[in-house]
Design a protein around this ligand. Structure first.
Ligand SMILES: [Zn+2]
Length: 228
C-alpha cells in the first residue's frame, strides 16, 4: 500500500470563516494548547521536513458545552489544518466543528481556521459516548511500531484516516477490543498515528504519556538498555 499523504482533507467541509469569541472558547483553547505544547515538546506534534513530506502533524480537540446531553454538547473545538508546526498557538488557530456526518463524509465548522484533516476521526471518537470530552492525535514511531506488543487496539491498515471507513473502524474497535478502557488506539494505515481520549484533557494526555513510557520500557527490553 502506498503511504498516504499527511494532512490532506478528505471530507467535504462547509466552513464559515470568522472569529471565535474568547469568552466562550478561550478556556478550552487554553487547555488544549497546554497539552498540545507538551506533545510538541515530546516530538509527537509538529512539522519536520524529513517526515510525512514536510506536512504538519498532530491535532487536538475538546468537546464544547456543558457535560452530556445539554445543547451544544455535540460540537468540538479543534486545532486548524496544518497548524502542527506552529510554535505559538492562539484562538485564531482553532475552529469549532458543529456537525459531522460520517455516512455522507461531511463536516461543518466555523472559526478563524479550517478544521484539521482528522476532524472526522475526532468526531467518530466523540460519537462513542458523551463521556469522551477530549481527543488528542499524535505521531510517534516509538509507540506505533510497538502497537502489537503494547496490545493497543489498532485500526485495519487498509483504512485511511479522515474517512467514513475510519469512523466505522473506530466503532468496531469499541465493540471488539478494550478500546474504551485503554483510551488509546493505533491507526494501522496512518504511519505513526496514535489517538487517545478522555473525560478530561489530563486523562487523555496521560493516556498518551503512559503509552510513550510503556514503549520506552519495551525499547529497554529489546536492547538491554535505553539510550537517548
Ligand atoms: Zn495524522
Amino acid at each position: 500500500m502506498a503511504p498516504e499523504q499527511e494532512g490532506v482533507v478528505k471530507f467535504t467541509a462547509e466552513h464559515s470563516a470568522g472569529p471565535l469569541p474568547h469568552g466562550r472558547f478561550g478556556a478550552l483553547a487554553r487547555e488544549l494548547a497546554a497539552w498540545r505544547e507538551i506533545l510538541a515538546r515530546l516530538g509527537l506534534v509538529g512539522q519536520d521536513a524529513a517526515r510525512y513530506g514536510g506536512a504538519g502533524f498532530g491535532n487536538v480537540s475538546g468537546r464544547v458545552g456543558p457535560f452530556p446531553g445539554a445543547p451544544g454538547a455535540r460540537s468540538f473545538l479543534v486545532t486548524g489544518t496544518q497548524t502542527g508546526g506552529l510554535s505559538c498557538m492562539a484562538l485564531e488557530h482553532f475552529c469549532v466543528v458543529t456537525r459531522w456526518d460520517v455516512a455522507r463524509n461531511r463536516v461543518a465548522s466555523h472559526g478563524p481556521a479550517l478544521p484539521s484533516s482528522e476532524s472526522m476521526t475526532h468526531g467518530a471518537l466523540y460519537d462513542l459516548g458523551p463521556h469522551i470530552r477530549f481527543v488528542l492525535h499524535a505521531h510517534t514511531p516509538l509507540v506505533w511500531r510497538r502497537a502489537a506488543r503494547l496490545r493497543l487496539p489498532t485500526t485495519a491498515p487498509a483504512v485511511a484516516y479522515g474517512t467514513p471507513a475510519m469512523a466505522e473502524e473506530v466503532r468496531r474497535l469499541a465493540r471488539e477490543t478494550p478500546l474504551l478502557e485503554r483510551r488509546a488506539l493505533a491507526m494501522g494505515g496512518h504511519e505513526d498515528g496514535i489517538i487517545v481520549f478522555g473525560r478530561t484533557a489530563a486523562e487523555a494526555g496521560e493516556a498518551m504519556t503512559s503509552l510513550v513510557a510503556a514503549a520506552y520500557a519495551l525499547q529497554f527490553d529489546e536492547a538491554g538498555r535505553l539510550c537517548r
